[in-house]
Design a binder for this molecule. Structure first.
Ligand code: DC
Length: 222
């Protein structure tokens, strides 16, 4: 039997970097489900389709193929119709489109089996918004990782600057607040702590402390 760790929380809480390190330390596979919503967002942008419930979005879903694969360092990559789009999905525009398109029930249903299959076959730390509530409600450990909007915006701002993107802190904070609102107010699978989850707040923790905390929560509960 494979072991699943569900890791949910708002954008910019550090889920991906923290979970990657914890997965490596514990020999689990790290799965980033946000990348799947981003890939569908990118696909809609390329086709000039509005990220709202519509026949265009349904048709698009029946035409595209979204896959998870791993590179030789065992890092996740995402494929859109066979093309590696892992870097292309990391722009603020794709973030916003992904947040909007992820509110569409059909989009969520489309990605459900893919996510569950990954957890059936591997020991995973799966990072998302609804992993503990919807995708893997029977996960062995459920963690809700959060931090204040300002702390999250600050971290994302630094990340984007390091990638050479021209953004302002105020815009990033606005994006964080807007995405939090979208993610937690949608009708289908809104972002909220799962029943029985452990809440970890990293506002006052640095990266190493956050990783240690997550690893200890997992070890105590597996
Ligand atoms: O984690 P992220 O920022 O890469 O996710 C991009 C968007 O996808 C985010 O706004 C919310 C959505 N998402 C979701 O609805 N459910 C998930 N399991 C993962 C992400």
């Amino acid at each position: 039997m494979s072991v699943a760790i569900a890791l949910d929380g708002p954008a910019g809480a550090g889920k991906s970097t923290i979970a990657k390190r914890a997965a490596k330390a514990l020999d689990y596979i790290y799965i980033d489900t946000g990348a799947l919503y981003r890939t569908i967002g990118l696909s809609a942008m390329r086709r000039n389709i509005e990220p709202v419930e519509s026949k265009e979005v349904s048709d698009m879903l029946s035409e595209i193929k979204v896959e998870i694969a791993f590179n030789d360092k065992m890092e996740q990559i995402v494929l859109l119709d066979g093309e590696d789009v892992s870097s292309l999905i990391r722009t603020p525009e794709v973030s916003m489109t992904a947040s909007k398109i992820s509110a569409i029930p059909e989009v969520r249903a489309y990605l459900l089996d893919l996510q569950r299959d990954m957890a059936k076959k591997n020991n995973v730390i799966m990072d998302g918004r609804d992993i503990g509530t919807v995708v893997l409600p029977d996960a062995k450990v459920k963690i809700f990782l959060t931090a204040s909007p300002e702390a999250r915006a600050e971290r994302r701002y630094k990340e984007l600057l390091e990638k050479g993107m021209n953004v302002s802190y105020d815009d990033v904070l606005k994006d964080v607040n807007e995405r939090d609102y979208n993610d937690s107010h949608r009708k289908t699978a809104p972002l909220k702590p799962a029943e029985g989850c452990v809440i970890v707040d990293t506002t006052e923790l640095d990266f190493e402390q956050s990783v240690d905390k997550i690893i200890s929560v997992i070890k105590e509960n597996v």
